[in-house]
Ligand binder design. Structure first.
Ligand code: URA
Length: 203
């Protein structure tokens, strides 16, 4: 990418984080406390992508640390994964939209170079999209999570699984059965292409 916000020369996640912490490409930075870059293992083979930081994430500068994040950690646990070893967690936008509204298309577009640079550096073979915003940003602007979840999409050699956002599972626990089916597929794919011996307590 050319221009003022050129991240193409950056090959290290720490260096990218420094640069992204100074990003003011959209108005969100003015209204938030922290730039929530992401966390996890930079060498992880699975990237989880959410929508954008909420209040807890903004306060602590870390992704998925509120109630939805705690549920996500439990889901990862039953898959035999944890956030510091097996995955890297990030969001479509790095700054909290006021009042936790959905980030606008313009805001997502402004933040897209940051997301693209993260994905280029981590280069995961498996990606999990948590909720409609991530689905629409990464795969299909017209995507619908109820329709598109649970089916792999392959893009440039990356296997991408859309599933429900953990916050949706908290609002509607009846969706958990489908989310579990989706995460089981992630475990099976991980065994297939990353580690055949991966242990999960439940599948
Ligand atoms: N919801 C998201 O989409 N991302 C977070 O980091 C936290 C909650």
């Amino acid at each position: 990418m050319e221009g003022l916000w050129d991240l193409s020369g950056i090959g290290h996640l720490g260096e990218l984080e420094k640069k992204v912490s100074a990003c003011c490409s959209c108005g969100l930075r003015e209204g938030c406390r922290a730039v929530v870059f992401g966390e996890g293992n930079p060498a992880a083979r699975i990237v989880l992508c959410g929508e954008g930081p909420g209040a807890d994430e903004d306060r602590l500068g870390r992704p998925f640390v509120g109630k939805a994040g705690q549920l996500l950690d439990r889901i990862l646990g039953v898959c035999g994964f944890n956030r510091f070893e097996h995955v890297y967690i990030l969001n479509t936008v790095k700054c909290r939209p006021p009042g936790n509204r959905i980030p606008s298309e313009e805001e997502r577009k402004a933040c897209r170079p940051n997301l693209d640079a993260q994905l280029r550096i981590i280069s995961p073979p498996i990606m999990v999209l948590l909720g409609a915003t991530a689905l629409q940003e990464v795969i299909d602007p017209g995507g619908r999570i109820t329709r598109d979840r649970g089916r792999w999409v392959e893009r440039n050699g990356v296997f991408i699984m859309p599933t429900y956002h953990p916050a949706a599972l908290l609002r509607n626990p009846a969706l958990k059965a489908d989310a579990w089916k989706d995460f089981k597929q992630v475990v099976y794919k991980y065994r297939e292409i990353v580690n055949a011996d991966h242990y999960s307590p439940h599948c």
